[in-house]
Design a protein around this ligand. Structure first.
Ligand SMILES: [Zn+2]
Length: 461
């Protein structure tokens, strides 16, 4: 009871603090957005899912710099030109260095009588190579340093303790193994749950010269058991990774603000993806891009022109982690403009719970108030302070100090769901749910509109 009283009191105070919001009109706009997207009779019902499926089915995976990616960029650009935005444009990144995979394999010899191919995937940027050697299994970098791995292939079989700790092995594991004298690296896939799928991702390729690949969680455990039993393990790794020169573009669209056109709210995701399956990049991050685009399109369809400018971006080149990718290009070319906030959706498009925000205390309070006032209807009202980071928007923040907003999948089950399929051939339309995508469109369109149309000055801190 006390708790409720305190809540009421706090909300009351917030309402007074942020009385710049025109409640009736705002309520009406939020209703309209929901009606446009969630009503089964509306032509926008499930349109995010349908639009994404078209791209995934038609163009396939979109590795940075690949022809698939170039075709998908052109198609997206053509698409946004038909949507009636105030401005649509592409920004070319100039010459970029990208990487292609080629054929690759891991074959288990000892202790098998008959050689056995293992499910595997090269890590991003792995060089070409062919090595056959004894395998040593380690569980940590410390253990690696305590063993003699000279002339051997190292297999990291670490425990799943969340994505960040796994990525540390994927990124630095091969370099550390080579420093210790190894001639190749296999890592346990960075995955929460496994059905024998290998997961790719970037490694620190500048500092390795031998193949670096991921094998499945199941096979990493098997090699571990073999070594613990004292069995000699021999594998052969073959890779054909190659760097090449190419180019790519960011795709941008905007609705100009009516009162403060120079104040920009950026919203988007990365259009590039990994290359490992027929549909890879449906979830990471095709879904993120399309829910942002649909959010802007729905606002435009409703004829809504908020006070500040809303700008959609499909960044090019997040997965490959290059210094001249789309996020850096955007930050260099637009960093001087007045970005009020940058929203990025790159955590999946499952049911939205709310938003992470990295901003000053007052701005965080304002967004918290807006979300709690207007987003409870779709259950997306929770705000997670100091947690709005994402990779591409984060680069703009690094250059300019722009506040950050991201979509939050608060339910841990969903998080596990995301990392079960992350960077595998299983990242496909099968993962996507039309209702959840619609909820994302409503949540993103609403929060961006609410901030963009806020009457008062946006708090600087
Ligand atoms: Zn991503």
């Amino acid at each position: 009871m006390k708790f409720i009283l305190i809540l009421v009191f706090t909300f009351g105070l917030n309402a007074l603090m942020f009385r710049g919001v025109n409640d009736k009109l705002t309520e009406h706009v939020i209703q309209q957005i929901r009606e446009q997207v969630k009503n089964p009779l509306s032509q926008n019902y499930h349109s995010a899912y349908d639009r994404l499926a078209y791209y995934v089915d038609t163009f396939g995976p979109r590795l940075w710099g690949s022809e698939n990616m170039a075709d998908a960029v052109d198609a997206l650009y053509k698409d946004i030109q038909t949507m009636g935005f105030d401005r649509t444009w592409k920004e070319n990144l100039g010459e970029i260095t990208s990487w292609k995979r080629g054929e690759e394999s891991v074959t288990l010899f000892d202790p098998r009588e008959i050689p056995q191919k293992l499910n595997m995937i090269g890590l991003g940027w792995t060089p070409a190579g062919s090595v056959k050697a004894e395998v040593e299994v380690v569980h940590s970098i410390e253990e690696l340093k305590s063993k003699d791995v000279r002339g051997k292939i190292v297999c990291y079989n670490f425990e799943w303790n969340g994505y960040d700790s796994g990525v540390a092995f994927r990124y630095a594991g091969p370099v550390e193994a080579e420093k210790a004298g190894a001639i190749g690296t296999m890592i346990r896939s960075v995955a929460s749950v496994s059905i024998a799928s290998p997961h790719t991702g970037m490694t620190d390729y500048n500092n390795i010269k031998y193949p670096a690949v991921a094998i499945t969680v199941e096979d990493a455990d098997m090699l571990d058991r073999m070594r613990k039993r004292g069995q000699k393990v021999v594998v052969e790794i073959k890779t054909e990774g190659q760097q090449y020169k190419t180019t790519s573009d960011n795709v941008i669209a905007e609705i100009k603000g009516s009162t403060y056109p120079d104040e920009i709210l950026l919203m988007g995701g990365h259009w590039d993806s990994w290359d490992v399956g027929s549909q890879t990049g449906a979830n990471d991050d095709g879904g993120g891009v399309i829910v942002c685009l649909e959010a802007l399109r729905v606002l435009n369809t409703l004829g809504i022109r908020p006070k500040r400018t809303l700008r959609f971006i499909a960044w090019s080149g997040e997965e490959m982690g290059q210094y001249n990718n789309g996020a850096v290009h955007y930050a260099l070319n637009h960093g001087k403009e007045n970005h009020i906030i940058a929203f990025e959706s790159d955590l999946g498009s499952t049911k939205p719970y709310g938003f992470g925000i990295t901003a000053g205390q007052q701005f965080t309070q304002l967004v918290t108030y807006l979300a709690q006032e207007y987003l409870t209807g779709i259950g997306a009202e929770r705000i997670f302070p100091n947690d709005g980071e994402a990779v591409d928007s984060g680069i703009l923040a690094e250059f300019t100090g722009t506040p950050l907003l991201n979509n939050r999948i608060a339910d841990n089950k969903n998080h596990d769901f995301y990392f079960t399929y992350h960077h595998t051939a299983g990242d496909s339309m099968w993962m996507m749910d039309p209702e959840d995508m619609d909820d994302n469109v409503v949540a993103i369109a609403s929060i961006m509109y609410l901030i963009a149309d806020y009457d008062g000055p946006i708090p600087k801190d």
